[in-house]
Design a protein around this ligand. Structure first.
Ligand code: SF4
Length: 306
């Protein structure tokens, strides 16, 4: 029998931080998560892009902790301010059972939200869930700050990659997310993901079966960097599917950076989406710039999205 993926937590290099701590022995690194995956919320979710949410919802599993510290994080309650004692630490079998429960509830897919720092715990659970009969696609919904080496090790387990491309400026990445090499890492991460799963493939009902869908959140005052991000995607392949998101809201500690302590304007968003058209990125999901509060979850409630 092959070794569990999570054996690699003895010297953690799961993500580009490469902390080298022994999480199996209870040590923690930048992400503050040890050997067990902490689950902040699990349930059917309608708020993703149409090919992911479909009609019945995406079976989201929100992991607590994160390997980025975005000052504007909408999920800061569970990514940065989480209290482990209030959350479930799930073993491989329990996490697999949670996936099966969501599938039985009608989910189109299992959507692992913020998995980069628990990639190997999630991989073990996917293997266990498949052995128990899980038949729907697995979505890896990450911030893009992933280890290419780790992604290569889980090749074949993920059906749909749903990464962010947050920045192509290390200055912005350092200032807003505490990751001074994000822009160096993300191009190779996207190439690896595309190589593993190809372009987004939809069934007859428009629901994603497999492939890559990249997200980009447009930030106030950062249109030049947004353009660079879209140009990279066009260079990767013009038929790359991209979701250009407008829901930026100055949450959490955004007030520490005055230039992003305001909402995005319609004009800023339109400039970026117009550029996507100029680049020939035809497979772009574009949002209405509507009420931003619609998208803000509150993880202190049982139903964070209602
Ligand atoms: S997953 Fe956590 S402990 Fe491991 S390298 Fe990344 S931040 Fe460090």
């Amino acid at each position: 029998m092959s070794q569990p993926f999570s054996n690699q937590l003895v010297r953690c290099e799961c993500c580009p931080r490469q902390c080298g701590v022994n999480r199996r022995a209870g040590q923690t690194g930048f992400c503050r998560i040890g050997a067990g995956a902490l689950i902040a919320h699990a349930g059917l979710h309608q708020g993703e892009e149409p090919p992911i949410s479909g009609t019945r919802g995406s079976g989201t599993i929100f992991f607590a902790g994160c390997n980025l510290r975005c000052v504007f994080c909408q999920n800061y309650q569970i990514s940065q301010e989480f209290k482990p004692a209030q959350m479930q630490t799930l073993t491989t079998d329990k996490l697999a059972d949670e996936m099966l429960r969501l599938a039985q509830a009608g989910a189109h897919n299992i959507n692992l939200v913020s998995p980069s720092h628990v990639i190997f715990q999630a991989a073990d659970a996917i293997v266990a869930a498949r052995a128990k009969g899980l038949a729907i696609p697995i979505v890896y919904n990450s911030n893009g700050y992933d280890s290419v080496a780790a992604l290569r090790q889980i090749r074949g387990l993920v059906d749909i990659y749903l990464p962010d491309i947050k920045y192509l400026s290390n200055d912005l990445a350092r200032r807003y997310s505490g990751a001074s090499d994000y822009a160096d890492v993300i191009p190779e991460v996207l190439r690896e993901m595309l190589d593993q799963v190809g372009h987004l493939d939809l069934d007859d009902d428009g629901i994603a079966r497999r492939g890559l869908l990249v997200r980009h959140l447009v930030l106030p005052g950062a249109a030049d960097d947004s353009r660079r991000c879209l140009a990279l995607l066009a260079q990767l392949a013009p038929d790359t599917h991209v979701s250009i998101m407008s829901q930026y809201s100055p949450q959490h500690r955004a007030s520490r950076c005055p230039e992003i302590d305001r909402p995005l304007t319609v004009r800023e968003y339109d400039e970026v989406t117009d550029y996507a058209v100029e680049l020939g990125l035809e497979n772009a999901f574009i949002q209405e710039l509507r009420s931003r509060h619609r998208y803000l979850p509150d993880f202190h409630r049982d139903r964070p999205f209602e």
